[in-house]
Design a protein around this ligand. Structure first.
Ligand code: ADE
Ligand code: ZN
Length: 326
């Protein structure tokens, strides 16, 4: 239908997409064969999102995929594919890719960096898509491990690495544990974001006040607290929401799975952006994310284009590069 064509053609800016969660099933098969790893299950089974009982189970599938991405060529390939078939082909002009160095055991950070930068350069040359990178701290690990990772990021500084994030299971890693790592990043001029997927709403305040975050990933619980919501509206804090990815009904217990929560956030005046989180793992892509909102909420071009403008405002490019995007 016409709506689907409009959605497909819409320019998009992607701020919440994890590299490990964007590997195409065939690429997983190829990498397993290359590294002589027996997966013990088919890629279709691995990617069957109805089989993820909870966030924890989903994250352990990410561990399997992450462990298959090992050398520079692997990182370059998955980055290239995320940016081209997974991005540019859906009208994505710019993507901030979330990396998870702890998700690739035994791989030194400089090797990851070399691979992803090569993949991004090739993707830009072939399609024009631009990319930045966000280095995600694994919140299931210690505060000291987080500090070490930030030290690596600072030591091996690259212009394309714009900032740090905080992901994996919030129940196993409250944000305050990472205050020191985030302070270090802030002093080094890195931008900061963090996942807050399961709440409580107070965690959003911790992100802003103790971690110095300029964005929140997910954050659906914020509207349960009118005072924190009002503050975020006033400060224009961006929330990178994922209507299909990390299903908000199942994983954060805050929604009914019909995207009402995202509509509520937009209606409250919050600065909302739309993304996939882990596209093939949730059976989605940038076009589908927008299509789902168009169909579930009746949103048309003006409302969807406003989400793209929000993402331009929320992204970590400098003002001149932002102006050149749209
Ligand atoms: N890493 C990839 N996807 C994630 C999610 N939805 N929550 C936390 N960490 C993640
Ligand atoms: Zn995420």
């Amino acid at each position: 239908p016409a709506v689907d064509a409009m959605v497909a053609a819409l320019p998009k800016v992607s701020l919440h997409c994890h590299l490990i969660g964007s590997v195409a099933p065939q690429t997983v098969v190829d990498l397993a064969r290359k590294h002589a790893v027996a997966l013990g299950r088919s890629a279709d089974d691995l990617y069957d999102h109805s089989s993820y009982e909870d966030l924890g189970e989903f994250l352990r599938v990410l561990d399997v995929i992450g462990s298959l991405i090992r050398d520079v060529e692997d990182f370059s390939r998955v980055t290239y594919e995320s940016l081209t078939a997974g991005g540019a082909d859906h009208g994505v002009l710019y993507r901030e890719v979330h990396l998870s160095p702890p998700g690739h055991p035994g791989v030194p950070y400089p090797r990851i960096l070399e691979g992803v930068l090569a993949g991004a350069r090739a993707a830009e040359a072939d399609t024009g898509i631009r990319a930045g990178f966000v280095v995600g701290i694994c919140r299931e690990r210690s505060g000291a491990a987080a500090v070490e990772l930030v030290e690596q990021v600072v030591e091996h500084r690259a212009d394309e690495v714009l900032g740090i994030g905080l992901d994996y299971a919030e129940v196993n890693g409250p944000p305050a544990r990472f205050a020191e790592a985030f302070r270090l990043a802030g002093r080094a001029g890195l931008r900061r974001t963090a996942h807050s997927e399961s709440g409580p709403p107070h965690h959003v305040e911790v992100l802003l006040d103790e971690l110095g975050c300029s964005r929140v990933d997910h954050g659906y619980h914020v509207v349960d607290d009118p005072a924190i919501t009002a503050r975020c509206v006033a400060e224009r804090v961006p929330f990178t929401c994922t209507p299909v990815g990390s299903d908000i009904g199942r994983y954060s217990g805050s929604g009914d799975g019909t995207h009402r929560r995202i509509a509520e956030m937009v209606d409250a005046g919050l600065l909302v952006t739309i993304d996939s989180d882990d596209p093939p793992m949730f059976g989605t892509d940038p076009t589908h994310d927008h299509r789902v909102l168009a169909h579930a909420l009746g949103w048309r071009r003006d409302r969807l284009a406003a989400l793209t403008r929000n993402a331009v405002e929320a992204c970590w490019l400098d003002d001149a590069d932002k102006a050149a995007l749209l």
